[in-house]
Design a protein around this ligand. Structure first.
Ligand code: GTP
Ligand code: MG
Length: 452
């Protein structure tokens, strides 16, 4: 449906994996900054977006990349917290990410959040590569900072090499158990059929040139057509996060995946109750190579085209939801676009019944993933909402007819201070977990024990 395709947009690359497996460190190495060191407990609390231009990529990839082979402008990386479901990254009709990097600690192998990420990659059909991270922790490793992995391998003892091989084949086996045929990336002929595994170290940078090369190759070869968009069309994006910003009030960190957004544009944003219609007061862009999540200095820009991370300041954004659509109205009517946003939200709407549990999640995407998991487990839902657990939720849970349904399942949300005493006094059980399937299992176990 995109006609005047004269420019290719930046492919969106999601970086996901288990907690502490090195997602943020990998991006730090790529952007040459140290976002990870500035974080509380080095845990990523929020999703961020970083734009890496082609010349930075080709600079890092060195001899592996000839920039003249590529006409994509670069890559837009989205960092996800390990405890956060990747399903937040949704876009009209599917996944926000065009490709993904699944980071796996080469010593730890697959962990619960790795499994969860793989599950979502499979469901959304997102092509991905595996970054087998922390190769430098192999006993006896001889680090080769920033070098391609073959060079680095050549510098290792037989013993170190065979230990690493053993770990790598373990991961390849785990991928195969998950239903993916995989191999070390240099043995992969067809990246659409086989998953490439790239051994690397975010700490020393060895193998990172290889990863960038594989990612550029994947995007260029398989996604060039999808990257050809009408760059001047009305902008479309997804809210990553709603944040209060001094001097601006509530703002939305947004990934723009289509068209262009201009300052002064009227936009429709998915809200907790109904779509929000508002006018953009400022488009705030993190500096190049900077991370929207930690960036303090924003540049005010007149317009921004896909794909990019941008903070939108506009009135009435308090009720905007993470994971919700953002649409520029431009030459259509407001009503038309409101209907579009409503239709998109309706796709995500969770089926509720008269009986069931209360579900709270941090974003629309994770709420949807929770609803799917509960449907598979045949657990009915009475009410499902985005947001922290409030007194109202406890009151609703208490109205459940069956005891086993007097429960609240919270994914990645907090119990609000003013709800603490309500919970103590109510006959309602609260479950919280940062892995969706574990949350469902915790609840199922509770029900089983109750029925005994
Ligand atoms: P979450 O955001 O909490 O999910 O974690 P993450 O996956 O972003 O991991 P992060 O980059 O914060 O790294 C976790 C820890 O592993 C930090 O202490 C890093 O210094 C360390 N680390 C990451 N990559 C490497 C690596 O290649 N080698 C070594 N030795 N340590 C690494
Ligand atoms: Mg992180």
């Amino acid at each position: 449906d995109h006609t005047h395709a004269d420019t290719l947009r930046t492919p969106i690359v999601a970086v996901l994996g288990h907690v502490d497996h090195g997602k943020t460190s990998l991006l730090d190495t790529i952007r040459g900054s140290a976002v990870s060191e500035g974080e509380a407990g080095a845990i990523t609390q929020h999703i961020g977006a970083t734009d890496i231009p082609l010349d930075t990529i080709s600079g890092m990839a060195g001899e592996l990349i000839d920039p003249s082979d590529f006409d994509l402008p670069g890559l837009l990386f989205i960092d996800t917290p390990g405890h956060h479901s990747f399903s937040t990254l949704r876009a009209r009709g599917g996944a926000l990410a065009d490709i993904a990097v699944l980071v796996v600690d080469v010593n730890d192998g697959f962990q619960p959040q790795t499994e969860e990420a793989i599950d979502i990659l499979r469901r959304t059909g997102t092509p991905f590569v595996v970054a087998a991270n922390k190769v430098d922790t192999t006993p006896g490793w001889n680090p080769q900072d920033g070098e391609p992995i073959q060079k680095s391998m050549d510098a290792q003892s037989e013993r170190a090499k065979s230990m690493l091989d053993e770990n790598l084949y373990e991961i390849i086996g785990q991928l195969s158990d998950a239903g993916f045929s995989a191999d070390l990336y240099w043995r992969v002929q067809d990246f659409q059929k086989n998953i490439g595994v790239v051994p690397l170290s975010a700490l020393t940078g060895e193998g990172v040139p290889d990863l960038l090369t594989v990612l550029m190759g994947l995007s260029q070869r398989f996604m060039k057509e999808e990257m050809a968009i009408d760059v001047t069309g009305p902008g479309e994006g997804t809210v990553l996060e709603v944040k209060d910003e001094r001097g601006f009030g509530a703002t939305v960190d947004t990934v723009v995946y289509d068209g262009v957004i201009r300052n002064g544009d009227t936009v429709v944003v998915g809200g907790q109750n109904e779509p929000i219609v508002t006018e953009i007061r400022a488009l705030l862009r993190p500096r190049p190579l900077a991370e929207i999540r930690t960036e303090k200095e924003f540049e005010k820009v007149g317009e921004i085209g896909a794909a990019a991370g941008v903070k939108i300041a506009a009135p009435d954004l308090d009720e905007a939801m993470a994971g919700a659509p953002v649409r520029v109205v431009r030459d259509r009517t407001v009503d038309q676009v409101v209907e579009e946003v409503k239709a998109e939200l309706a796709e995500i709407e969770v089926d509720t019944s008269e009986n069931g549990v209360v579900v709270k999640a941090d974003t629309l995407g994770s709420l949807e993933a929770m609803a799917n998991a509960l449907r598979e487990a045949e657990v009915p839902i009475l009410r499902a909402e985005v947001g922290d657990i409030a007194p109202r939720d406890i009151a609703v849970a208490e109205t459940a007819n069956q005891d086993e349904h007097k429960a609240i399942l919270g994914f990645n949300v907090d119990l609000l201070k003013n709800a603490e005493s309500d919970l103590e006094n109510a006959d309602v059980k609260l479950f919280k977990n940062e892995v969706i399937y574990q949350l469902v299992e915790d609840y199922e176990r509770y029900v089983e024990e109750k029925q005994r």
